[in-house]
Design a protein around this ligand. Structure first.
Ligand code: AMP
Ligand code: MG
Length: 421
């Protein structure tokens, strides 16, 4: 039989601009819209300092006590009053000493020196300290060489933090260093946001649970373990909603459950406009679907919608695209909803150790790492190449307008750590 006379579409040169007739949303516009639409959804609770690391402050914290609370000595040595002039100095020793936590009881007369140990509150009559290594002690006297400025080797009260100062602002994700700062300034408990609950759901008839046997045409669900662990690393509570097949009723049911158990839902797969893309179809049906064709590679499609008043990020199924979309779109959005505020990952401009041509008008993220001060990229840009996600130590961000990157050009490298992973 003769084949039908069908004309194939014209060849498309990959260096041409993005397909015409489509309204491509620039990444920054999509981010600005997300930022303007989302708000904090978590409530407030009190946490003791011992449990507060990694939590998000729900209000500004002010110092209850100065640090240091009183003037004290920064070194082991001998304390006295006023500056010492140039040349050899000899001073009689005052009986007793001042140590950390054990202040000297009394005043030190002008012209006399007192033994002082690091951290000791300066007694009345002492405002200057000479380091013990610079002193000879003999016959109840000390001898050293001047000059020494008044106040040398001492710490002033409140020179670090004064009582009433703002110590840490609302939205701060508390670090181990913050534990020291809060403790030192007299704070033992803080108001924090409840941890944001993030549901993760995989969709696709082809998916099998890792550990089970996989038949022909089946693949192991790689996105869910990745996304759940990303959520945990980002400091949120992962809620595992399992997998659903490409069945609209099953998916509807699971989204209902997820919206009861979590503050926000991440799905992967089924987000574009194909026959089996039920996530986007359901969100569209629910009426609050953002039809985004984002000028981003890898990434599109990304379906955003509300399900029972719970925001849903319908991520692409390809693991590389799922990860990039989570880092670029979901991460700042989760930060906003969790009370941390919108944040941009810290990137570093470094010379490229690669060459790349791309279409202008879209943002691209490549799996990258830094060696010898230069950014190298994974050999393949294939969106299914999961090994490249592991190989990489971050992403390189190629700006929308760029067309041709040559070796040595500065490119923006964003380590995974900058995203909080
Ligand atoms: P989809 O977005 O559903 O069209 O899926 C795009 C590609 O990603 C297909 O090759 C899927 O098999 C694959 N994919 C979808 N979900 C997963 C998953 N959870 N783990 C690994 N690959 C997936
Ligand atoms: Mg699918």
């Amino acid at each position: 039989m003769k084949p039908p006379n069908i004309t194939p579409p014209p060849l498309r040169n990959d260096c041409f601009a993005l397909p015409a007739g489509v309204n491509w949303t620039p990444v920054d516009d999509a981010l600005a819209l997300l930022r303007s639409r989302l708000t904090v959804v978590t409530s407030v609770e009190t946490a003791l300092i011992g449990q507060a690391v990694g939590r998000i402050l729900a209000e500004d914290v002010f110092a209850k006590r100065s640090n240091p609370p009183q003037p004290n000595t920064a070194v082991d040595g001998y304390g006295f009053s006023g500056a010492a002039p140039e040349g050899p100095q000899v001073m009689p020793l005052q009986d007793g000493r001042a140590a950390a936590g054990i202040p000297f009881d009394g005043a030190v007369p002008h012209g006399k020196a007192l033994r002082v140990l690091t951290g000791a509150a300066l007694p009345t009559g002492v405002d200057t300290v000479i380091l013990e290594e610079d002193v000879t002690v003999q016959d109840g006297h000390i001898a050293f060489h001047g000059p020494l400025k008044q106040g040398a080797n001492t710490r002033k009260a409140g020179e670090d933090v004064a009582e009433g100062d703002l110590v840490l602002p609302t939205g701060r994700r508390l670090t181990p260093a913050d534990m020291a700062l809060l403790s030192a300034t007299g704070i033992s408990e803080v108001a924090v946001r409840k941890t944001l609950r993030v549901a993760v759901l995989s969709t696709g008839d082809e998916l099998v649970e890792p550990g089970n046997s996989a038949g022909p045409g089946q693949i192991f669900d790689a996105n869910r373990p990745m996304l759940l662990s990303m959520i945990a690393r980002l400091g949120y509570e992962p809620v595992d909603m399992g997998r659903v097949s490409d069945d609209r009723e099953d998916l509807r049911d699971r989204l209902d459950k997820a919206s009861e158990q979590a503050d926000v839902i991440l799905t992967s797969g089924g987000a574009s406009a194909g026959d089996e893309d039920h996530v986007s179809a359901l969100l569209r049906e629910a009426g609050a679907m953002q039809e985004w064709r984002i000028a981003l590679k890898p990434g599109r499609p990304l379906a955003l919608g509300m399900w029972n008043e719970t925001p849903v990020f319908g991520l692409p199924g390809n693991p590389v695209a799922a990860k990039v979309c989570t880092l670029i779109f979901a991460r700042p959005a989760l930060g906003l909803m969790a009370g941390e505020g919108w944040s941009q990952p810290l990137g570093f401009d470094l010379p490229a150790n690669f060459e790349k041509r791309k279409k202008p008008g879209r943002r691209e993220y490549l799996r990258a790492r830094v060696r010898d001060g230069q950014v190298e990229v994974f050999a393949s840009e294939g969106s299914g190449r999961i090994s490249g996600l592991s190989w990489a130590e971050g992403l390189v961000e190629i700006q929308d307008g760029a067309c041709h990157i040559r070796p040595g050009d500065l490119v923006r490298f964003i380590p995974y750590g900058s995203f909080g992973l």
